[in-house]
Design a protein. Sequence first.
Length: 508
Amino acid sequence: MSRLILVLGDQLSHGLSALRDADRTKDVVVMAEVAAETDYVQHHPKKIALIFAAMRKFAAALRADGWDVRYCELDDTDNTGSIVGELLRRADQTGATDVVVTEPGEWRLITALKHAPITTHILPDDRFIASHHAFETWASGRKQLRMEYFYRDMRRKTGLLMDGKDPVEGKWNFDHDNRKPAPEDVAFDGPLRFTPDADVAAVLDLVEARFGGHFGDLHPFWFATTRGQALQALAHFVDHALARFGDYQDAMLSENRFLYHAVISAYINIGLLDPLEVCEKVAAAYAAGTVPINAAEGFIRQIIGWREYMRGIYFLEGPQYTERNMLGHTRDLPDLFWGGETQMRCLSKTVQQTKQEAYAHHIQRLMITGNFALLAGIDPQQVHEWYLAVYMDAFEWVEAPNTVGMSQFADGGIIASKPYVSSGAYINRMSDYCKGCAYKVSQKTGEGACPFNLLYWHFLDRHRDRFKSNARMGNMYRTWDKMAADRRTTVLADADEVLARLDAGRVV
Ligand code: FAD
Ligand code: DLZ
Ligand code: SF4
């Protein structure tokens, strides 16, 4: 009896556990473009196009490899609109009674599959280095789940950048060397871009027609849509950008959106690249002497450290994680996140870039949009849904811990030991946004004062009870307490005025 092998849009890996488990002479692969997956948030059109184009190309590659693939396009007349609906339709067609699937990266879909009226076998997703069991074992009994210690275990486990039992060059973490401000010139032209072929163009037409109303520009579309192209994009990054990745990891420039970043997260997350192979290529460049340790270590830490850790937390904390709101923030997400007018140049540039590219790098996500949402007290669930929608690499297992935990501190400190907040001074140091902004970053109060300067103190003041005993925040409170009382009153009143403008839908 044949079985149905479900391959989801972010499972486009030839070594997928569900495919390894299958028999290509008997089993039937099911892939489907469905409204339930395109509509659970208003995904950026570029993200939908990337997933559909890569799914179609992956299906073609499987067929060429001898698999029987039943692929349903979004506009097919008999499309049932959901993954479970498609499985039931294919079961009717083929007589299959069982489904095999690699575990999806989202509780929503796991639950739907577990409750599907057909026997479903969910296999571990072993494209990740740490299994659920390994992460639970690491986490159990620890008071704090700090990424750094998990990361060291991952280094030991993979042997990446290890010299026997010790880290190469004697240190686990070179983050202190990775905080240079924005450079004058960037000697990298950004990620490798691909011209859409006829198959990609057909997807672009479909996405334009069906999702043209979603936030985000579909054109120009230049993403890799096959593993071969993604490997070329990776090689381009390793050869031309990696050496400076570490130095400028945290820098931001208005007119250079990618700096020395890899722009491969979406390719890894949908399965075109394997995280370990990516790290091995980076480690090989270090071993060959073409990139310094702060670049290689900084990059590998993001993947075997942060990426694996975020997934571990998502599955450890369970389906309700996305509803956490430890700071009780309830303000609605302002329209400026959807491209509405703002005078804050850093926000306007980051949102505009997000709209055009479906991409912003980590510090833009954390210290511009995330920082503002946290300081302004925006409802973390709305913030989470925004991040899940607008970035091409956004899947809940990685987006939610980054947003709800790291960026919004809504999990109460499981991920971050203190909230990632800053005044305008940090943004000014790390970017060129403040030059030409309608606000003055050096101004602390009054009309024209940078809203980050005002909201920063407002945040610390309103959450004093929660954070006053956090050792890492002692300096912030000491600075605030040393300020003259009437100045503090003015700062808080000016911050309230900014928040009132937000609430009234006026331009900030
Ligand atoms: P680079 O800066 O070149 O880094 C290399 C790789 O490291 C990335 O490709 C990615 O695979 C990995 N990586 C780096 N940081 C992280 C991290 N914090 N968590 C997981 N992996 C990481 N990343 C996503 O993949 N999907 C998301 O939905 C997502 N949402 C985020 C939301 C917020 C609020 C924040 C602060 C960060 C989020 N990140 C997310 C993490 C990070 O911003 C992106 O992985 C990174 O910007 C992708 O760009 P890049 O490929 O150029 O990465
Ligand atoms: C994100 C996404 C979108 C937009 N569309 C599809 C789709 O039509 N078919 C599909 O199989 N997968 C899609 N995906 C990816 C899924 O939403 C993803 O597998 C789950 O969110 C789990 O990570
Ligand atoms: Fe952003 Fe403030 Fe700088 Fe303007 S002055 S760009 S609002 S940090």
